[in-house]
Design a protein around this ligand. Sequence first.
Ligand SMILES: Nc1ncnc2c1ncn2[C@@H]1O[C@H](COP(=O)(O)OP(=O)(O)OP(=O)(O)O)[C@@H](O)[C@H]1O
Ligand SMILES: [Mg+2]
Length: 372
Amino acid sequence: MLSRESEKRKAPVIGIEGAPRVEQKAILIVDDDEIIRETLRDLLESKGHVVETAETAKEAMEKSKARNFNLALLDIKLPDMEGTELLKKMHSVTPRMMKVMITAHGTLKNAMDSLNFGADAYLLKPINEKELLKIVDELKLSQERLIQAERLAAIGKTAGMVGHDLRNPLQGMTSTLYLAKQALKSPKAAGMQEVAGLLDTLDGQIAYMGKIVADLQDYVRPLAPALVETSLADLIRETFSTLQVPRSIKVIVQVEKGIGNVMVDAGLMRRVLTNLTTNSIQSMPKGGRLTIRADKTRDATVIAVEDTGVGIPEEDLGKLFSPFFTTKAKGQGLGLPVCKRLVEAHGGTITAKSKPGKGSTFTIKIPVTKKG
Ligand SMILES: Nc1ncnc2c1ncn2[C@@H]1O[C@H](COP(=O)(O)OP(=O)(O)OP(=O)(O)O)[C@@H](O)[C@H]1O
Ligand SMILES: [Mg+2]
């Protein structure tokens, strides 16, 4: 049991040491009472959770915008705002984050109200540790179920679309093959040239179908990245070896000297870079510049893919990473959601910046992890 009145103890350092780990659950505790904050932190950390704390509603909003939390524990009385107000705000910004209200007996009505404002559960003070841990465990499960359900719904929708999208290149391939066979029947050298051209067309059609299938698989399958020490320069080189870059696009690769190797799943990261560079190439139908920059901060490797293409209208920026958002006639709208999923499987983040008419930059940050 926890109680409000006891002597203050020295606050430990707030925040998470190092970078977020794959699959780690993060919990935000918002309470103006330091003893409660720190006791809850000790309890939850001892169960392997990652915990941050906030003393005020303002601090809580800042922290919840700065990183993704799976769960927030919110005191109903805060110095700068009613807990229910904070709950409403948080629910509108991060609806997926589970929220549990903490309340004293006198404010039970508030607790009930808070369920209507998006809280997933409430706890009475003094907090019973077992009850809290049970709620945390159950919430983790229900959140995982929710994400899984959303993904399954998306997969169902995709199955129909993919069938439709694969049919076009398949029909194209059938006609190309027919033409190639006809050309082979011609004994002249011109026939051979024609066949070579048709084989190139087939190559493109196969690559297009391959991308559809690969994106779908990456979006659906469970991910378990096998982190291996990888050279970024090699990773970028390999990415370009499978891409067809039009002559009108100048490619610039800037890998900071001494950047060393990164711990990533090379296959997955290549898919991320392929999707980002493909988008950039597609955004520059009249040509332009594609720059890939890689450098390192103290705790992360940063890779930026920058183009001088058509850019993205501001109202679209928030939709980029949602499945099936596309402005292209032949697009699935899975490229970026896949990138996000793969980068997050590395414990990293991906963000987009763009100026319509000037170009776009996608930035990936991968936390530096130790070997093994
Ligand atoms: N570099 C970029 N420049 C301009 N717009 C972009 C860029 N990258 C993404 N977009 C916009 O975001 C949308 C979604 O991109 P995403 O890669 O997820 O799907 P897509 O490219 O449309 O289809 P696909 O599934 O084949 O990748 C695009 O349709 C485009 O409107
Ligand atoms: Mg794309």
